[in-house]
Design a protein around this ligand. Sequence first.
Ligand code: SAH
Length: 194
Amino acid sequence: MTLFLAKLILVAGAVSWFVIRLPHQRRSRKTAVAKSERTTREKLLLTGSATGLGLIPLIYIVTGFPRFANYPFQPALAWLGLLVFLSSLWLFFRVHRELGRNWSDSLEVRQSHTLVTDGLYHYVRHPMYSAFFLWALAQALLLPNWFAGFAGFVGFGTLFFFRVGQEERLMLDTFGEQYRAYMRRTARIIPKIY
Ligand code: SAH
């Protein structure tokens, strides 16, 4: 494992994520929305997340900026990063299929929205956010740079902590007691723990 390969893995992972999401993104444009909470705050959070997981690591990979934050590359960490990114992609793939037409890149309720509680949703309420945290972890393991490596955690973590409560309120408004019961038996992103 070399630093060049580690950078390549991160880029390939991001491209794979994009490819996994593409058909769902297309279909979601054609799926009628009943209620939307795509507010300015949501758009800012999405931009922050894309900056941390996308733009900042890309600038580091292309230019090496910011060099002062570099630390020595450790191949073992990068191998671990590869495993973590692969498991994150596997989660993305499954979760997209399980959510189907209910998926949205923001907070929206579809006209024929159904509550998914099976598959990965049996274990946690937000498996897609678990997948994004794994991506952020892979980024930190692959890039030997305190700033670019941890930018994903900061960007996506901010989105997560500001969004998750609002998303659960939206699901409670829509599904009432069914979602309340679902909340009682599931954790948010780490089975049984959180
Ligand atoms: N937070 C979930 C879903 C992310 S996609 C996850 O991490 O896996 C975001 C959209 O999914 C939201 O607009 C919401 O309407 C919808 N959603 C969230 N949980 C859901 C569930 N259990 N069943 C169906 N739709 C859900």
